[in-house]
Design a protein around this ligand. Structure first.
Ligand code: PLP
Length: 315
């Protein structure tokens, strides 16, 4: 039997905070809190059943990038999940602003979350749950580190199949990540840095927190089916329209992506990020391609443009 006697370990609050809580500000239950104070009940169905939707927008140089598109997607997710929370769109925008402003971050990763919550009577009926709204702002984070942005990522295609859209609508941004995490472990086992997983038809779908594009003969393609309609993906379409490049959403086979001239991934966490190796194949001779570079430059330039971004109001 396990012995329970012996010294009780003490918790070094400071150490705990630094390891698990980046500097940031959260909003929950009507209050702004340090990240270390923002905690939910283990009975919240967001935690117990992954019954939640969320969105992540980033702030760069003190400006939100495409905030309206993120709010639209968040509201669409809540509607489809039949969730309601007490704040309207303007109030949520101002809560997000306040989280960033109170944190002082000029480059931030800003999340808005709606969980099913739980029922005050512990009923199992989701209609009786009180939905919960949470928001937070922490330092900007990226799928790719600086070296990977410069040299390109090494990606492995995992045999893991993304949860089918008929089970979970990918347009509802969600935390059903067991397939993506399995893909990630497959990729690590094969010496890669991240993963692409497949759709139910065996085509390339997406990866843990990102969409994917290929470039072939000057035209761009991205998977159409079974993926989150990413805001960065949408931004790539908008940038292509602006500079006269063709971009289409279609099925992409594993062979096609490995035979591409260029490949990149897209996410709010990092923007447009080059891929230079897929499994054992070097893409663009292992170099970051010219169209990827051009789009990366343009993407970051748009962050200071008031048509694409909104200034955070700092105190
Ligand atoms: N696909 C998945 C599964 C994601 O979780 C994300 C972002 O978290 C993306 C794609 C990229 O979406 P966005 O460009 O809106 O960040």
């Amino acid at each position: 039997m396990t012995q329970l006697s012996g010294p009780v370990p003490t918790v070094d609050e400071h150490h705990l905070d630094r390891r698990f809580y980046p500097h940031g500000i959260a909003f929950m239950d009507g209050q702004y809190l340090a990240m270390s104070e923002a905690k939910i009940s283990v009975l919240d169905w967001g935690f117990l059943h992954s019954d939640a939707t969320y969105d992540t927008v980033h702030v760069w140089n003190g400006r939100f990038f495409r905030l309206d598109l993120h709010l639209d997607r968040f509201w669409g997710g809540m509607k489809r999940l039949r969730m309601k929370q007490p704040y309207d769109r303007e109030q949520v925008a101002s809560i997000l602003n306040n989280c960033v402003a109170l944190s002082g971050h000029k480059a931030a990763y800003v999340e808005m979350i709606c969980t099913r919550g739980s029922s005050p009577t512990f009923s199992r009926d989701p209609r009786q749950a009180e939905n919960r709204f949470i928001a937070f702002a922490v330092p900007f984070g990226s799928v790719a580190n600086e070296e990977q942005l410069e040299k390109g990522l090494r990606v492995a295609i995992s045999e893991t199949v993304r949860i089918p859209p008929k089970s979970v609508d990918p347009a509802i941004k969600n935390y059903h990540w067991l397939d993506l995490v399995k893909g990630l472990f497959d990729a690590y086992d094969r010496g890669a840095e991240t993963a692409l997983i497949l759709d139910t038809n065996g085509h390339v779908a997406e990866g843990p927190g990102f969409n994917v594009f290929l470039v072939r003969d000057g035209a761009l393609r991205t998977p159409a089916f079974g993926v989150l309609p990413g805001i960065t993906r949408r931004t790539v379409f908008d940038l292509c329209a602006e500079i006269g490049l063709s971009a289409t959403a279609t099925d992409i086979s594993r062979a096609e992506i490995k035979d591409a001239d260029e490949v990149f991934i897209t996410s709010t966490a990092g923007g447009i990020m080059p891929v230079t190796h897929i499994d054992d194949v070097a893409i663009a001779k292992g170099q970051v391609g010219p169209i990827t570079r051009r789009l990366m430059d343009l993407y970051w330039q748009k962050h200071d443009d008031p048509v694409w971004s909104t200034a955070v109001i700092y105190p």
